[in-house]
Design a protein around this ligand. Sequence first.
Ligand code: CO
Length: 333
Amino acid sequence: MIIDLHSHFLPAEWPDLEQRFGTPDWPWMRHTDPDHAMLMMGNRDFRPVYDACWNAERRVEEMDRDGIDIQVISATPILFAYGRPADQAAYCARIFNEAALEICARAPTRLRALAQVPLQDTDLACREASRAMAGGHVGVQIGNHVGERGLDDAGIMTFLHHCAQEDIPLLVHPWDMMTNERMSRYMLPWLVSMPAETQLSILSLILSGAFERLPRSLRICFAHGGGSFPYLLGRVDNAWRNRDIVRVDCPRPPSDYVDRFFVDSAVFDHDALELLVRVMGDTHIMLGSDYPFPLGESPVGGLVRSAPFLEPQARARILGGNAACFLRLPDTR
Ligand code: CO
């Protein structure tokens, strides 16, 4: 079974959030023709998208073309509203989680959904995660930070404990990227900051000792192959050995924690994938494409299928076996 764990949806439309909440810069869809739209942030173009975002039939057509059995869809992070009042983010979570289930219902054997939660409010986030799981979602996608609060923040840690307790798998997606004037062109925040954001989140869990406190049962996956983490792990281990201020909260070398989390395979290069397999092991990598966005993999799964260094069993684990366990999907072959 081939499972794409990291793909995105957008509903064709949703309630006018600017009008509802009386504040500017909310996301909305400007349809340019029946098959295409511009995802807008207030009056700014954010990303051109096509109907695979909202049309389940189109998705399944392209899944068949690419040989994908199951796609796990999640919101694009600009729908999270983590920077808004929590009740507004809770409202967004409900409408977008509902919309995801409606898309899945059009192809129930092929599509599954991850929910979003109002992560800025721990209680509301826990409640929405549990509610969504009871309603048919197979896990939760969170952004990798809430403003200045990283994954090792007390409130977010409480949420992670809740997910471990309730057996809710998590996909961590980088968003709201660190940036400055030097990155204003060429999509540099996506190319430089996104991988750094993901590395930052993994390191904040490792170096803060969070993995020492979190139960081993927590299932957590980081997008884009863990960003810069795998390539720079040697640098981090070296710093841990040589500087006490690096290891003050982390009792074991950082590389000892790689079995505590998963990553997806969206690295777009065989050499990078080979390093990823060496660092994470083929048991901790799951196919992820970022389909159907412009920076996604096409055809989905092409990199893993054509990787010359993967044994058949390792390839099968990465293409679907690991995700089936991670999401506790029944074997439907
Ligand atoms: Co993505």
